[in-house]
Design a binder for this molecule. Structure first.
Ligand code: DGP
Length: 118
């Protein structure tokens, strides 16, 4: 799948659509999910043209990958879920129900999350 720069997260990164920002650096923007599935639910979106985790890990430079995953950890610390625990999820493709074709990780926490899948 080729990257579509009109996807909703590309528009949020460009500032064309507002978001509730949590953290930002040169590698990533983190903001609250519009449809939270846990008391804390934040998305961490890389600032690059990557469709999914699969695409990201094939195309991103090593430096960018380190920067991005470091931004995920900094975001988790900022939103206060490190001590209590958190889950990170990234959906790739149809079977995982990926709905936005721009790579992102969900950080979920704020309560016991139970089993991995419902
Ligand atoms: P996924 O299914 O893994 O592609 O998750 C996409 C998530 O993005 C989903 O939990 C809802 C969220 N989302 C979709 N549109 C918007 C938006 O415009 N703003 C914000 N903050 N989140 C959005």
């Amino acid at each position: 799948m080729s990257y579509d720069n009109q996807n909703i997260f590309a528009k949020i990164i460009r500032g064309e659509i507002p978001c509730k920002r949590v953290y930002e650096d040169e590698f990533a923007l983190a903001f609250h999910d519009i449809q939270p599935e846990a008391p804390t639910h934040v998305l961490v979106v890389p600032k690059g043209d990557f469709v999914s985790f699969d695409d990201f890990t094939q195309k991103a430079s090593s430096e960018f990958m380190v920067g991005y995953f470091s931004a995920v950890q900094k975001t988790a610390a900022l939103i206060g879920v490190v001590e209590g625990g958190y889950r990170i999820i990234s959906n790739h493709g149809a079977d995982a129900s990926q709905s936005v074709p721009h790579f992102h990780m969900h950080i979920l926490g704020g309560k016991p999350l139970g089993k991995l899948l419902p």
